[in-house]
Unconditional design. Structure first.
Length: 67
C-alpha cells in the first residue's frame, strides 16, 4: 500500500510513544488536555504500518540502505 520509509528503531519508538500517550488518556481522562493524548494514535499507526506520510512528502527515509 505505502512505501516503507521507517527503520526498525524509528518504528519501535513510534509505537512506544503512541502507546504511552494512549495510556495517558486512560490514566488521566478528566484532565484539561486529555484529548491531546489521543494524538498517540498517529505515531502508533505509522509505526505499525512502517510508513510515514510526512517522510514521503519531504523525501526522508530511515530504512537501512539496500545493498
Amino acid at each position: 500500500m505505502f512505501t516503507k520509509n521507517e527503520g526498525t528503531v524509528d518504528r519501535v519508538l513510534r509505537v512506544v510513544v503512541g502507546l504511552a500517550l494512549i495510556a495517558g488518556y486512560f490514566l488521566y481522562p478528566e484532565g484539561s488536555y486529555s484529548g491531546l493524548f489521543l494524538l498517540g494514535i498517529i505515531p502508533l499507526v505509522t509505526g505499525l504500518l512502517g510508513s510515514c506520510p510526512l517522510y514521503s512528502i519531504f523525501g526522508i527515509s530511515t530504512c537501512p540502505m539496500k545493498k
